[in-house]
Design a binder for this molecule. Structure first.
Ligand code: SAM
Ligand code: SF4
Length: 348
């Protein structure tokens, strides 16, 4: 049962001594309350997107370094039951390469949260039905080009057709909404913005354009490659009548088509950061708890999950990490420090 506890002060003792739990919200020093958890279930991937991973892949973590399903479930339960976390997204690496993923989905769905996943979509023709039956509610599928040669260049895999089939499989399985994540990069795929909009309108999927972030392992990112939200919306607005949609806590700024044929979103992490309304925390595949995608520090929760620490001790580590969350990343400013880990290692 999900419990939304009110703010209270509790003390308890544990294997590691006395612990002071001072809040029943995951709240930071700026008053932001955190309800959204991103769980990276694997650091591995079957693609090698240029804006994320190097051609040769990463140095994969050993199996014993990766959190087990039971550890993930315990951590998620603590966050749901103590702090009212009500939204969980599975990501990676590529989450579908983790063996027996539907089993994890079943365990997390039982917590009664809004359970979603971000995937490159290539395994969905095989997995979409099973994931739906296991309790997954929503899917974001990444696709950056409709051109086979460009798709191959971007992902280093010749899998455009299977990815498109994955989108169809998600729709046929009844996922609603299905969102398409498109990382737009100048001179690389920005000439396809209108093609994506048309695809979304015809298929009944929500396209979310994502600004390119400095989280690529090869460090090809530079500001001139970023196509900003305002540029994207100018291109779309010249073709379609768009109406702004009131912002929720979701990272995307949203617009709907005035003719009623759906909506689009833009994740403007670089040009118009939404840090002031961020309600998101993350756990990496190897059990490191992060309060921000761009955090330069993380908390080793895996160690606590494995050394006999009580739930109170784990909870206290979560609270401490969130309490120390910074105001926001500082991309575009001289003081910006690139995180040590890239997108696929953190879990995008
Ligand atoms: N493998 C899955 C996928 O690609 O959908 C899930 C993990 S991936 C890291 C999550 C999302 O991050 C994808 O939509 C991907 O396009 C996006 N992404 C990866 N690197 C990025 C970058 N440097 N800037 C912006 N988005 C990025
Ligand atoms: Fe893999 Fe997703 Fe990164 Fe592409 S963006 S390399 S699919 S983790």
């Amino acid at each position: 049962m999900v419990q939304l506890w009110r703010r209270a002060t509790r003390s308890t003792s544990s294997f590691s001594g006395s612990v002071e739990l001072v809040t029943t919200e995951l709240i930071d020093g700026f008053g932001r309350v955190h309800h959204d958890l991103r769980i990276s279930v694997t650091d591995r991937c079957n693609f090698r997107c240029t804006y994320c991973m190097p051609q040769e892949g990463m140095e994969w973590r050993a199996r014993e370094e990766i959190l087990t399903f039971e550890e993930i479930e315990r951590l998620a339960r603590i966050m749901v039951e103590r702090y009212g976390v009500d939204s969980i997204r599975l990501t990676g690496g590529e989450p579908t390469v983790r063996a027996r993923l539907p089993l994890l989905v079943e365990k997390l769905a039982a917590l009664g949260v809004d359970l979603s996943m971000t995937t490159n979509g290539v395994s969905l023709p095989l997995l979409a039905d099973e994931l739906k039956r296991a309790g997954l509610k929503r899917l974001n599928i990444s696709l950056d080009s409709f051109r086979a040669d460009r798709f191959l260049e971007l992902t280093r895999r010749d899998e455009l057709q299977r990815t498109l089939a994955g989108i169809d499989a998600a729709l046929e399985a009844g996922f609603d909404p299905v969102k398409i994540n498109v990382v737009i990069m100048r001179g690389i795929n920005d000439d396809e913005i209108l093609d994506f909009a048309e695809f979304g309108r015809e298929k009944g999927v929500i396209v979310r354009f994502i600004e390119f972030m400095p989280l690529d392992a090869d460090e090809i990112w530079n500001n001139s490659l970023v196509v900003t939200q305002s540029e994207i919306v100018d291109i779309l607005g010249a073709e379609y009548d768009l109406e702004s949609v009131v912002r929720t806590s979701a990272p995307a700024t949203r617009w709907r088509y005035a003719d009623g044929k759906g909506e689009i979103g833009v994740v403007a992490s670089v040009s118009e950061s939404f840090c002031e309304s961020c309600d998101r925390v993350r756990i990496t595949a190897d059990g490191q708890f992060r309060s921000c995608l761009f955090a330069t520090e993380e908390t080793d929760v895996r160690a606590l999950l494995r050394d006999g620490s009580s739930d109170d001790v784990v909870a206290e580590a979560l609270e401490r990490t969130v309490a120390a969350k910074w105001a926001g990343h500082q991309i575009n400013q001289v003081q910006f420090i690139r995180p040590r880990r890239s997108m696929s290692e953190i879990g995008g």
